[in-house]
Design a binder for this molecule. Structure first.
Ligand code: TXA
Ligand code: MG
Length: 404
């Protein structure tokens, strides 16, 4: 295929496809994917950077261009549940297979990744980061589904961003991170509907299901499904067996250190210093307050939720609210694109700017709002756990801050 036929805009080597995503075009892109090219494509969560998971050279190219450590495994994307069963090891237990089937039939296509022992004959070991376990997911997006159907091969696809950077929810975000890559196709399907990544679940040995990353599908939904299907005898057994593994590796250090893949504290980060903020009262004498100069505020971008910090709109340089109505769904959809907007707004002058984002821990949101918990997780990691309190001194109007 002559890539230039379809090009809307092009870096030196990247091809971006816009509009006219008819079957003929997708079929040709799928062929390139199968043959070893990289193809970034939209899913309902974020854009993925796809490579043929049975070709080591293609998979290695994904790690290389992302700058991702080799021990951090990639999710394999498939068009059907039946296809995913081929990629599971013969050694997987009956119980593991049963859980796989029950969860897949209930939540696929959708934002759920299931981790199971890998079949090394069909998936190259670099995909598993050498762990022997493979993450499997059937995305729910018409373009992703069609592309995967045509590719007819397992497609390893991490989020299509540079390692540690903010995940991409538009084709432009992908292009911004990878403007100069040989044999990379970017399929533009507009903005991703959901906006944060899938829930990642490891199906261990008997009675041990671990949620490694929060997403739109919550623990309660997983438990209800497993109880309904009869896998667990009752809710108590399921509650004991399905655990959220919340690790923030490198909590005390600003350097990312890899202990367990994907659980690093520093992740999803914009290139500007970001802190979580919550209100406090100036009368709180235990806190040591520092006055913030108006020059500092003129280099501050404030990202709010349900208008909590609207009193500061005129004092900071830029202000956006992820959801004025306080909707987790809307905020999840907006988060990553807002972080990228903030980064771009500061331009080249990164080190002099700062982002303040509302501290989700200060909000009394119901624990059952799984999407809000997933959002909180992304915000906490994007800010690398940094938090401050702020207040306005009564009668002086001066803004103060204190490390939290
Ligand atoms: O929504 C999503 O999951 C998106 C779209 C493109 O599908 N993909 C995505 O991939 O977020 P990535 O690579 O950015 O994040 C996958 C996470 C990583 O934290 C990785 O460590 C973990 O899932 N993961 C994948 N396979 C794993 C495995 N075999 N064992 C443990 N963790 C795994
Ligand atoms: Mg990612």
């Amino acid at each position: 295929m002559d890539k230039r036929d379809e090009v809307c805009f092009e870096g030196p080597t990247v091809t971006k496809l816009l509009g006219q995503l008819d079957d003929g075009t997708l079929e040709r892109v799928a062929e390139a994917l199968r043959a070893g090219d990289l193809v970034a494509f939209p899913t309902e969560t974020v854009y993925g950077l796809g490579a043929n998971a049975s070709q080591n050279s293609a998979v290695q190219a994904v790690y290389r261009i992302k700058g991702r450590p080799a021990q951090d495994p990639l999710i394999v994307h498939c068009s059907t549940y039946e296809q995913t069963t081929k990629y599971i090891s013969e050694d997987a237990t009956k119980w593991q297979r049963a859980i796989h089937e029950v969860l897949a039939r209930r939540f696929w296509p959708g934002p759920l990744t299931l981790i199971l022992p890998c079949n090394p004959r069909l998936i190259v070991s670099s995909v598993t980061g050498g762990t022997g376990w493979v993450g499997l997911r059937c995305p729910n997006h018409p373009i992703a589904k069609r592309l995967l159907e045509f590719a007819d091969c397992p497609v390893a696809a991490p989020s299509a961003n540079l390692f540690g950077h903010v995940s991409p929810t538009t084709a432009q975000h992908v292009f911004d991170d990878f403007p100069n890559v040989d044999n990379l196709w970017i399929v533009d399907g507009g903005s991703c509907g959901f906006g944060i990544e899938s829930t990642v679940v490891r199906i261990h040995e008997e009675n041990n299901v671990e949620i490694l990353r929060r997403g739109g599908i919550g623990r309660d939904e997983l438990i209800a499904c497993l109880v309904d299907s009869g896998v667990f005898s009752g809710t108590a057994e399921a509650q004991n067996s399905v655990k959220v593994i919340e690790r923030f590796v490198g909590l005390k250090s600003s350097l990312p250190s890899m202990v367990s893949p994907g659980q690093m504290l520093v992740h999803y980060s914009p290139r500007i210093m970001m802190q979580m903020v919550q209100w406090s009262s100036y009368e709180n004498t235990v806190i040591h307050w520092n006055a913030i100069s108006s020059e500092r505020l003129r280099k501050t971008i404030l990202i709010d939720f349900s208008g909590m910090f609207s009193a500061l709109t005129k004092r900071v340089e830029m202000y956006r609210d992820l959801s004025q109505s306080g909707s987790s769904m809307e905020a999840a959809h907006e988060l990553f694109s807002t972080l990228r907007w903030a980064e771009n707004s500061a331009g080249e002058d990164h080190e002099h700017w700062q982002i303040w984002i509302f501290d989700p821990r200060a909000l009394q949101i119901k624990q059952t709002d799984e999407l809000f918990l997933a959002l909180s997780d992304r915000i906490y990691r994007a800010a690398a756990g940094r938090a401050i309190r702020i207040c306005i001194k009564p009668n002086s109007d001066q803004v103060f801050s204190s490390v939290h």
